[in-house]
Design a binder for this molecule. Structure first.
Ligand SMILES: [Zn+2]
Ligand SMILES: [Zn+2]
Length: 225
């Protein structure tokens, strides 16, 4: 996070920021929403590794808060890759969306920090310091990284019963999607995959339909196999 804010200070003090910063920021947020939607449908429909134990966890009949389930979950998670853990989380969230709303902010942003924020911030900082990219390009990248980091948190807010004042403002201004907006995805798992603010849903819906028409979407991937 320190590197991420160092990059912002470098951009802000460069003297190169103009009014173009406004459309650049909005474009980066739009792209983050679009990427969140594409990543979401890939993760929703990606097949899990057969016989990895995920199917048994997914269809577990008892309480998912029980000691037996948690023990079984820990054992399975040790055997699978971090990517497959995220894939499972996306699938299981359709069964119990409320669980996502109970997760802490840190737990929600951690996968994005690990896979996106850290490598992208280091690369951008290097490119900007070496003057290989201008400050507006760096600002675009900085906003994109931040928005991507917050997508799963924004998603969880659509499943939270209680929201902070800041989140309510973000939802009112449509920078975060609302519970009502996101409900359409839970009613039909073939639409509205964007999980930041839904701005890119019309485009992502077209991309998904195109992929489905061409047989690139595994219909049996919605549940672990
Ligand atoms: Zn989904
Ligand atoms: Zn959801």
């Amino acid at each position: 996070m320190t590197l991420y804010f160092c990059l912002l200070v470098g951009i802000a003090t460069s003297g190169e920021i103009t009014l173009w910063a406004v459309p650049v920021i909005f474009l980066a947020i739009y792209l983050a929403d679009l990427l969140s939607g594409v990543a979401h449908f890939i993760l929703d429909y990606r097949r899990t590794t057969p016989n990895s134990g995920l199917k048994e966890l997914y269809f577990y009949q008892g309480s998912k808060g029980s000691e037996e389930y948690l023990k079984q979950r820990t054992a399975v998670m040790k055997k699978i890759s971090p990517l497959e853990t995220i894939v499972f989380d996306f699938k299981v969230h359709h069964l119990s969306p409320g669980a996502l709303g109970r997760r802490s902010f840190l737990r929600l942003i951690m996968p994005a920090m690990y896979f996106v924020t850290l490598p992208a911030t280091v690369s951008l900082l290097l490119l900007h310091t070496l003057d290989w990219i201008g400050s507006l390009t760096a600002l675009f990248g900085w906003t994109l990284i931040g928005a991507l980091m917050l997508t799963q948190y924004a998603h969880s807010c659509a499943h939270r019963p209680k929201l902070s004042l800041l989140v309510r403002v973000l939802q009112k201004t449509r920078l975060f999607m609302t519970k009502e907006q996101h409900q359409s995805h839970h009613l039909d798992l073939g639409v509205d995959f964007c999980i930041l603010n839904g701005w890119a849903n019309p485009v992502v819906n077209r991309i998904f339909r195109f992929c489905r028409k061409h047989g690139w979407v595994f219909e049996d991937g919605l549940e672990p196999i």
